[in-house]
Write a protein that binds this ligand. Sequence first.
Ligand code: NAG
Ligand code: NAG
Length: 412
Amino acid sequence: MPVPPQSRGNCVRSICTCAIRGLILWVLLTNIMLVLYCLTNSAHVKISCICFVKSPSEECSPKVDIMFVKTHKTASSTILNILFRFGEKHHLKFALPDGRNDFFYPSPFRCSQVKDYKPGDCFNIVCNHMRFDHREVAKLLPPDAVYMTILRDPADLFESSFHYYHRAVPLTWRIHGDNKLAAFLDSPETFYRPGAFNSFYLKNLLFFDFGLDNNVEADDPRVTRDIHNLSKHLDLVLIAEYFEESLILLKDTFCWSMEDILYFKLNVRKSSSVSRLTPELRARALQWNGADWKLYQHFNSTFWARVEAFGRERMKEEVTELRRRNAEMKAVCIEDGGAVEAQKIQDRRFLPWQPLGESSILSYNMRKNTDPTFRTICEKMLTPEIQYLSNLGVNLWLTRLWGWFKDTIFVL
Ligand SMILES: *[C@@H]1O[C@H](CO)[C@@H](O)[C@H](O)[C@H]1NC(C)=O
Ligand SMILES: *[C@@H]1O[C@H](CO)[C@@H](O)[C@H](O)[C@H]1NC(C)=O
């Protein structure tokens, strides 16, 4: 039966409507899918922006996860002050010691020595005295944390350590005469025994601080191996003899600003108490601290290779700028034009910690008419380690007890 033209048209129209309906539905669904896809995608981009990807306008972002191996008698207190200020400015989390100003030095470092530590805790900065142990420290920090330290010429370091600690090393009590340092270096074997109480202060103290065997002889193959191993763990090694250049390299490596590295030298000895080493004594001190001497020479040469790569001329300019900015701060913050003896310090907040039986460490008086906008930064820059730790919330009862004991029982 022939289909009437009317209904044929109807049918054609209805096929068209179906197709159009289907098309609209398909377009709609595809659009919804596209929108959903875009949404999830943009959400994904946003998250990775916050957590992983640096925003493209910045050349680099400041390093905030830092392990500082604080060595003894190497200007490390000045670096500590810089790290404390940087950490406070950026609200970073310090792994702090508990009850005292170090992590139970000279015992090897253990996570459990950190104040309020719970397994799994993660920190930004670890910087107080410890006997370094890389694997133990790594538990506290993100995997991309930067490791740095500072070294000093081992002959001068030995002189300083001898001055600061010899009264705490019983082996030296039987050295007589005015120049105990010369007498010791004249025949160290007579006055030294490996493993005796506090004896590590008098031989290869850098090796000891890095958790290595400080009684190793310089020609022992372990020395080269240990230095090589250490260099794999340290991203930046500063040299105290080139302190300003060191800070410029720090600023460059960590992507910090000039303001972040301004400083006043802290924990400095008055020059009259520093023994000038004769060339002969210097040679003996280097021989006696042979492992440290190798360590120092190795990192001194990598340091200068780094300066070379940075650019000598650029380094000169940056050091000049750092000096200018430091001088500016000094004029703003410091009374009397520089460091003075402890008896002249008027404010207890700035009193330095003294070695046993001695009062040779200098400190600063803050200017009374300091511009109020600079007062806080001046105070922070002038605050010695112990008081700063206290301000950061460390209860230093053990350190204070020892301080009281040292100053009342041992006054000579
Ligand atoms: C290198 O150092 C790591 C961690 O400090 C240590 O576990 C390892 O035994 C060292 N290797 C050598 C060859 O000394
Ligand atoms: C450290 O390296 C510099 C540059 O190469 C050199 O002038 C200096 O003598 C070195 N210091 C020591 C103690 O080796």
